[in-house]
Design a protein around this ligand. Structure first.
Ligand code: LLP
Length: 422
């Protein structure tokens, strides 16, 4: 179902011919296979069978309400990091009681909004945040349920910009500090500290860092239990990696990952929470784009697409590899290209020296692995309107975000006609 599963480039995704779709919607746009998302969710749910476990989809990976609605229908909750994500999750039909709130910089307004909505759990990342939650919950006469995000000091061996579990990272508190939080829990009567949380990074392709982190969290839970603290939930974050490069990336089998949970937490009687983002959606999505022109540079040929770094930032930001499929006759001769977008920066490069079937203007190009951190990280840079998103499901499609119009793009801007005295 996902593009990388296909030995030869095909333009069929979830029963929909992307060539026909691209002829009716203008490119570029994102297309997501509902079938592929469902398969990932249900596969993970099956792996967790028999455990009291809950999936809370990391909304940041793909925040489209159509995708979130699909998650809600599959019994998946949400891991949010802002009031905006709370709003989206609620609009999409995710129950507040299935929402956890992570992030190092929750503002007072965001905490208040989440308390008022009645979310399940705050994943707290600093003593300051604990004090703020105590104050706001006290002011409302409620008791908030919260987990301490511990930083297990584990190297996730992934890209430095998406590694979060080392002591030097800004995330969580070390186990010593967390111990103090529990010892002093009585000082925050409006916060019920009944959970542990850890998230060590993203696009993790090795089991060992997860094993280390889970073992550290499990050991801390046992220590807390000995000391008489009741822990209702252990949230192990997200991070499961995916295949961006066919034949090269070898993702962890979810059964192996869950086997570690079963082993390390065999005597844990509370709820296990996972916050997968990328794993559930990345390979279900493609960025559908066209060749604007082939430009012959000095010693290299540039494939200039109508999609750019503002639409899919990962290659520019992390030097990330995404498989690129040209929808072409399999007999086309191969050629080496630098695949670039129209934005005025050299960094607007999707791939360098990529060997692809020879292309011409108008050819359709599919950039794989684009269902996570694609549309959700897109911007209006170079005044390019935000692109459309389409959900595909067994031969049908639904536009879940229309392409932004120029008028929408500048809707909140105004000419400085009304000046106020400051
Ligand atoms: N939970 C927490 C607390 C997180 O910070 C994240 C991701 C997740 C869960 C979901 O992680 P996942 O399962 O998707 O690996 N923009 C980057 C990825 C940033 C991830 C940030 N945190 C990229 O495009 O690679």
């Amino acid at each position: 179902m996902t593009m990388s599963d296909q030995p030869t480039p095909s333009a069929i995704l979830d029963g929909v011919d992307l060539r026909a779709l691209a002829a009716s919607l203008s490119t570029p746009f994102y297309a997501y296979s509902a079938g592929a998302i469902r398969a990932r969710v249900q596969g993970l749910q099956r792996a967790l069978d028999g455990l009291d476990a809950r999936l809370c989809f990391a909304v940041k990976a793909n925040s489209n309400i159509g995708v979130l609605h699909l998650m809600a229908g599959l019994g998946v909750g949400a891991d949010i990091v802002s009031a905006g994500e709370l709003w989206r999750a609620r609009q999409a039909g995710i129950a507040a009681s299935d929402i956890v709130f992570s992030g190092v910089g929750k503002s007072a307004d965001e905490i208040a909004a989440a308390l008022d909505a009645g979310i399940w759990k705050f994943n707290l990342e600093s003593a300051d945040e604990l004090a703020l939650l105590q104050d706001i919950a006290y002011g409302r006469g409620v008791v908030a349920s919260a987990a301490v995000r511990v930083n297990p000091d584990v190297d996730a061996r992934t890209h430095a910009k998406i590694s979060t579990g080392r002591a030097e990272n800004k995330f969580g508190v070390d186990i010593d500090e967390a111990r103090g939080w529990f010892a002093n829990a009585g000082r925050s009567p409006n916060v019920r500290l009944d959970g542990l949380h850890a998230h060590i990074g993203s696009q993790i392709l090795e089991l060992a860092p997860f094993e280390q982190a889970i073992a550290r969290v499990a050991a801390f839970w046992r220590e807390l239990r000995e000391a008489g603290h009741r822990i209702d939930s252990i949230d192990l974050g997200g991070g499961l990696g995916v295949c961006y490069r066919a034949g090269h990336d070898r993702p962890i089998d979810p059964d192996d990952y869950v086997a570690v949970l079963r082993r390390e937490l065999h005597d844990f009687d509370g709820r296990i929470v996972l916050e997968p983002g990328r794993y559930l959606v990345a390979e279900a999505g493609v960025l559908v784009t066209r060749v604007l022109r082939v430009k012959h540079g000095r010693g290299r040929d540039f494939l200039v697409l109508d999609a750019a770094m503002n639409d899919l930032q990962r290659p520019a930001l992390y030097d990330a590899w995404h498989d690129i499929h040209v929808v072409q006759d399999a007999s086309a001769p191969l050629q080496c290209y630098d695949v670039v977008g129209p934005v005025c920066e050299t960094g607007d490069t999707f791939a360098r020296d990529r060997v692809l079937p020879r292309c011409a203007a108008g050819d359709l190009v599919l950039i794989g692995g684009a269902g996570a951190y694609g549309a959700s990280m897109s911007s209006n840079y170079n005044s390019r309107p935000l692109l459309a998103e389409v959900l595909l499901d067994a031969g049908r499609y639904a536009v879940v975000r229309r392409r932004q119009s120029f008028a929408q793009m500048i809707a909140n801007e105004q000419l400085p006609t009304a000046w106020s005295e400051a």
